[in-house]
Write a protein that binds this ligand. Structure first.
Ligand SMILES: Cc1cc2nc3c(=O)[nH]c(=O)nc-3n(C[C@H](O)[C@H](O)[C@H](O)COP(=O)(O)O)c2cc1C
Length: 263
């Protein structure tokens, strides 16, 4: 089993350079939401690819842009729907209709389905849609090996899909470098979300409000990080070891496929 965290790079050239070194470890998985895929033509990135990169995620890319990673030689494309936890396209699509479109577009490149998959039935659905597998985020945050803070894993176990919301408010408030015009993130509820929902531009133009956020974090009034979680959170009710979760996902998927195959 992997014993290293998943590293993720968020469209930032300097970070992508740093990530190139991380690939010297074969166990490192790289999730990339780079805005400009030509960054992959950088020598550091090419070297990284040669170091057995296991998956390159191009989160939330439109179907038109999907041609770029394929042209650049991606081994795996992740088709991520808007149900997903964390960052993705502001104007994206749901996993169910999106995955088969991507499968058709990039064949024979392998596709992983992502977004809202939190048990083996979801994995089975991904396979039926033509994906080679699933990339699962939210569900794995609630495992005993998770690097997330205990408060986050507890919030995910308690959280409900209706409590999640795609927003850029929390990225703007915390001064994250995500390009918020194109990308939002699905998170659980947060006091700043309630305060600033629908007023992103106003928040971005208000340095005092953003300083207040940092003060509130320092005082423990709001949590240090947003809780990134997808709609699959409804299916997350426990904190199993990751190995048990993987085994359960496989068994459930096999059962679901067998059921679906019955005449
Ligand atoms: C805590 C967390 C952090 C994430 N960080 C990134 C990221 O930095 N870059 C990225 O492209 N996707 C990121 N994602 C999205 C995941 O890679 C994945 O596509 C998503 O979690 C799948 O949907 P699910 O959460 O419904 O399983 C993140 C997801 C979570 C839950």
């Amino acid at each position: 089993m992997r014993n290293e965290p998943v590293f993720s790079v968020q469209g930032d050239a300097e970070l992508i350079e740093r990530a190139g070194h991380l690939f010297e470890s074969a166990n490192t998985e790289f999730l990339c939401a780079a805005r400009d895929l030509r960054t992959w033509s950088r020598p550091e990135a090419r070297a990284a690819i040669q170091h057995r990169m296991r998956a390159r995620e191009l989160a939330g890319f439109t179907t038109r842009k999907l041609l770029s990673p394929v042209d650049l030689g991606a081994d795996v494309i992740v088709a991520q729907g808007t149900e997903s936890g964390g960052h993705g396209a502001r104007r994206g699509r749901a996993t169910l209709p999106f995955v088969p479109v991507v499968v058709d577009l990039v064949a024979p490149v392998a596709v992983l389905a992502a977004g809202g998959i939190a048990d083996g039935r979801g994995v089975a659905a991904a396979l039926v849609l033509g994906a080679a597998g699933a990339l699962i985020g939210t569900r794995f945050q609630a495992t005993s090996e998770s690097l997330a803070d205990a408060a986050i894993t507890e919030a995910i176990v308690r959280g409900r899909a209706q409590d999640t919301e795609r927003n850029a408010v929390l990225d703007i408030a915390r001064g994250a470098r995500w390009p918020t015009t194109k990308y939002t993130a699905r998170t659980l509820g947060h006091p700043y979300l309630d305060r600033w929902r629908g007023r992103e531009a106003e928040l971005a133009a208000d340095p005092e409000a953003r300083a207040a956020y940092q003060t509130d974090v320092a005082r423990g009034v709001v949590p240090p990080l947003p809780v990134w979680a997808g709609e699959g959170v409804d299916l997350v009710n426990d904190l199993p070891p990751a190995a048990d979760l993987v085994a359960a996902l496989a068994t459930q998927a096999e059962n679901a496929l067998a059921r679906a195959g019955r005449p």
